[in-house]
Design a protein. Structure first.
Length: 221
């Protein structure tokens, strides 16, 4: 466990030490949300109807930005070979890297999500639900995105390939998360959407480390 804890600290330090940590992803998130009223309509009622879905869709896009570096950085400097030969199983190593990705990028984006949604017209009373759904969805984004990053490891234009692989897999979390908030706003039962989002995230956490380990082994040959 000490080796995995050290790896988690290393990943968090690298996430903040290179590229400004989550600041770039948060800036992208805010920038896309700012463009939305210009692309649709500045009318408050129309923006309010789009706020939740737009905030979740933009959250998914912002989560893509740092995925390419998740394994590529260690692949290029040889650290990934050492991690593969270490005592910890490669599946556990991949899970820890995704957990660090979630803490370093997903959690700050989840903190920003209620601000974005309220700025687009969502009611402030929904902010806790938006934060909880975004935090949970961010965990799924990190692990599913990690699988895409591992499968694209070593490929040219890996960032584009990662987006092609994972964006369709992000759709369920966007639908479930935004659907839960919309149900709450409409006075309906919001729990099924949140339970489905939780199930999606648990499946991602339980299954994707095996896909990541296989992708890394394939890239290392």
């Amino acid at each position: 466990m000490s080796a995995l804890a050290s790896l988690l600290r290393r990943e968090l330090a690298l996430a903040w030490g290179r590229g400004g940590g989550p600041l770039f992803a948060c800036a992208f998130y805010a920038g896309v949300a700012t463009l939305l009223p210009l692309a649709s309509s500045p009318e408050p009622q129309r923006l309010a109807s789009l706020a939740t879905g737009a905030a979740f869709a933009t959250l998914a896009l912002a989560s893509l930005l740092s995925l390419e570096r998740l394994f590529e950085r260690d692949y290029e400097d040889g650290a990934l070979d050492l991690l593969t030969l270490g005592d910890a199983p490669l599946e556990a190593v991949a899970a820890v890297k995704c957990l660090a990705q979630w803490l370093a990028t997903g959690a700050p984006l989840a903190l920003l999500a209620p601000v974005i949604a309220v700025a687009l017209g969502a009611e402030p009373r929904f902010a806790p639900m938006i934060f909880a759904s975004s935090l949970l969805a961010g965990l799924g984004f990190a692990f599913v995105g990690g699988a895409g990053a591992a499968l694209a490891l070593g490929a040219k234009r890996g960032g584009v390939l990662i987006a092609v692989i994972v964006l369709p897999l992000f759709v369920p979390s966007v639908v479930f998360g935004a659907g839960a908030i919309d149900a709450l706003a409409s006075g309906l039962d919001w729990r099924p959407g949140l339970v489905l989002l939780l199930a999606y995230c648990l499946a991602a956490v339980g299954l994707t480390p095996f896909a990541m380990a296989a992708g890394v082994r394939n890239a290392l040959g």
